[in-house]
Design a protein around this ligand. Structure first.
Ligand SMILES: [Zn+2]
Ligand SMILES: [Zn+2]
Length: 338
């Protein structure tokens, strides 16, 4: 079968023929119909994120149809449309016992990170990692649920976003669009911050009350002004450059939570006195639980959250999607169709 293979940092992705996977006990093979391209995939290519596994098929937003099942999996599941939960935890560590496989001490698999993912015609995953998709969500619409929506759901929960909070979303990409909507559903007022006017327009359509334009507005001053001087309660950092981290800290109010979801080459620099006098918290969120993926599917299926797809491209035109994402030209996700 055809698969888009990663060969390590600063190496080009290559479309190759590889053996088709076979479902082992408790597993299924999914015929992939849509797979979202995430900024994390660019971090693999640049080497910023290097988990040391290559060659590897990337792609952690995976949608498709169950094509075959292994021993112990009901044959009736063949043909089911599913989205994949990309973590396969050990099931017995302190985190897995609480359903938090994203923090597992001994992962069995992490699809698209250290285990083959969705940029291929087929992927082999544990049967329990497949969540059925309702018919009213198309394959392309569903793919961004797997990371963009689930990351927003998980990060909002960790940050205790609630009624009356003012939330700044630093970065208006696919995860940012998820955060705008999820924070709003939890009762917060949301301010989107981004460079691209097109992305900020989309953020407002999705529920951001205000949009602040990086590069044109004085970002922390605008965020202070929009909160009557008190600062925002939560900042989700999706960009995390020295510049945006400076803005985030300058705009954070008392008891404010600065939540890292994205990262760059830059270090966080903050004097503890700022955190002390305002009792501020610096925290971070990674991935999601299987339960949060199910919640995310329900949010999209019921129309409470909308995924944003800029374009769908055939797998063999992957470079077009990679270049557009790297250039910041995408409003929402590019979806690869193997
Ligand atoms: Zn992702
Ligand atoms: Zn575990």
């Amino acid at each position: 079968m055809r698969a888009l293979r990663y060969h390590g940092p600063k190496q080009p992705l290559r479309l190759e023929d590889v053996p088709a996977p076979q479902a082992g006990p408790g597993e299924v093979v999914v015929r992939v119909t849509a797979a979202g391209l995430c900024h994390t995939d660019l971090h693999f290519l640049s080497g910023l994120l290097n988990l040391g596994v290559a060659p590897l098929t990337l792609g952690h937003e995976i949608v498709g149809k169950i094509e075959s099942v292994g021993q112990g999996v009901p044959a009736g599941r063949v043909g089911e449309r599913v989205i994949v939960y990309y973590y396969a935890g050990c099931g017995t560590c302190r985190f897995c016992l609480g359903g938090e496989e994203n923090l597992c001490d001994a992962l069995h698999a992490e699809h698209g990170f250290v285990t083959d993912g969705g940029f291929a015609e087929r992927v082999r995953v544990p049967a329990r990692n497949t969540v059925p998709l309702p018919a009213n969500v198309t394959d392309a619409e569903a793919a961004p649920i797997g990371c963009a929506v689930t990351t927003a759901v998980h990060a909002s929960e960790l940050a205790h976003v609630g009624l009356g909070d003012t939330v700044a979303v630093m970065g208006a990409g696919a995860v940012g669009f998820g955060l705008v909507q999820v924070a709003r559903l939890r009762g917060a007022r949301v301010i989107a911050v981004g460079h691209s006017p097109d992305k900020l327009v989309r953020a407002k359509e999705l529920g951001a009350e205000e949009a602040v334009r990086a590069g044109a507005d004085d970002v922390p001053a605008r965020l202070r002004a929009l909160t009557g001087g008190r600062g925002v309660d939560v900042v989700f950092e999706l960009v995390a450059t020295r510049e945006t981290m400076g803005w985030s800290l300058a705009a954070l109010g008392k008891r404010g939570r600065l939540v890292f979801v994205g990262y760059s080459e830059d270090d966080l620099r903050v004097h503890p006195i700022q955190l002390v006098v305002g009792e501020q918290v610096v925290t971070a969120a990674v991935g999601c639980s299987l339960a949060e993926l199910r919640t995310s599917v329900d949010l999209v299926a019921s129309g409470r959250v909308t995924t944003v797809v800029d374009r769908t491209v055939p797998l063999d035109r992957f470079q077009e999607a990679v270049d557009a994402l790297g250039a910041g030209d995408l409003v929402g996700r590019a979806i690869l169709v193997p």
